[in-house]
Write a protein of this length. Structure first.
Length: 326
């Protein structure tokens, strides 16, 4: 049986499940919002017993963690806010209960036999700096990267290069009065005059001139890549995720150079990834510059325009692992 951990609202999961059903595979889906409601754990001198939604763990041969505990979980399930004003007591209790749940989740994924996990089943996101450093060690071209906390250091570097900034971790998603605000990559020409001389450690990189961007999804040992012509639209020139829904970027199937794919396989293998989305820049001087890996990066945006049928291929990979044909 394939055990799928996902979100209550996740269309890619539904499409993969449709293909599992079509291929006569067996599965059970567990959504993040339901995890803590049906979890029972007992640790005694006799051993450890774990019960989750009546899953028979002896029948579970592969576990796929896909975008779990995501968008819908941003609304606190424990103490809901009934007004726009934030109650500091409720906020602190929610932070505590989230930490409690994180401890439980961490134990669960350490309890599950590693051979049953499809790719990296870990609630902690990949550390961007570790990934960039390992990519550099493997001879993959990466942007000059700085983590700075002082205005003086920023100004010194900015004199010699244009810089962009983005989150050290996953980009934030902030909700306020019914609106949702997403964090994107942005060019930073200078810091505001009113900013203090010292600030929270922040990630900066060289602003690389792009010919186009590449999103590549890795699955089954293969790369399924797509070129995104984001430079043809001023709105998307820095970050293609600032989508222009009226005039979308042109996207086409793309083949990465084989030597680069070999290095990327080594990188993915180092981080124990059987799947993941990779962001790359093709520069105006024809270099391939690696940006990052997203373990649970959506692949529908690559699959559909390029006719890769990745949802079917993902289902086939899960079924293959479930039957131990690996």
């Amino acid at each position: 049986m394939v055990i799928i951990f996902s979100q209550a609202i996740e269309h890619t999961t539904i499409q993969v499940i449709d293909w599992i059903v079509h291929c006569n595979g067996s599965f059970k889906r567990i959504n993040g919002t339901d995890f803590y409601k049906d979890f029972n754990l007992k640790i005694t001198s006799a051993g450890t017993e774990l019960d989750l939604e009546n899953v028979n763990w002896s029948e579970a041969n592969v576990i796929w963690l896909w975008r779990w505990m995501g968008f819908e979980e941003r609304h606190d399930n424990f103490f809901r806010q009934n007004s726009k004003a934030i109650d500091p007591i409720k906020y602190q209790l929610n932070q505590f209960l989230r930490a409690e749940l994180k401890t439980l989740i961490s134990f669960f994924f350490n309890f599950v036999p590693k051979q049953k996990l499809f790719s990296r089943a870990d609630m902690e996101e990949l550390n961007k700096l570790l990934v960039l450093n390992k990519a550099r060690e493997l001879g993959i071209d990466v942007p000059k990267t700085f983590v700075l906390a002082k205005k003086k250091a920023f100004n010194s570097i900015r004199e010699n290069a244009a810089l962009i900034t983005k989150a050290l971790s996953n980009a934030p998603i902030i909700e306020h009065e019914g609106d949702t605000f997403h964090g994107y990559t942005a060019v930073v020409a200078e810091l505001p005059d009113e900013s203090s001389d010292q600030f929270s450690p922040s990630l900066f990189q060289d602003h690389i001139q792009k010919k186009y961007e590449i999103r590549s999804f890795f699955l089954g040992g293969n790369f399924y890549s797509m070129a995104i012509f984001s430079q043809s639209d001023e709105q998307t020139t820095v970050d293609f995720r600032v989508y222009n829904y009226v005039r979308p970027n042109r996207t086409v199937p793309f083949q990465l150079p084989r030597p680069l794919e070999d290095k990327l396989r080594t990188l993915l293998d180092f981080f124990q990834l059987k799947s993941g989305s990779i962001d790359i820049i093709k520069t105006t001087d024809n270099r391939y510059v690696f940006l990052e890996i997203n373990c649970s990066g959506q692949f529908g945006m690559v699959s559909i325009p390029c006719n890769y049928y990745l949802e079917k291929k993902m289902a086939q990979e899960l079924i293959k692992h479930n039957s131990n044909e690996i």
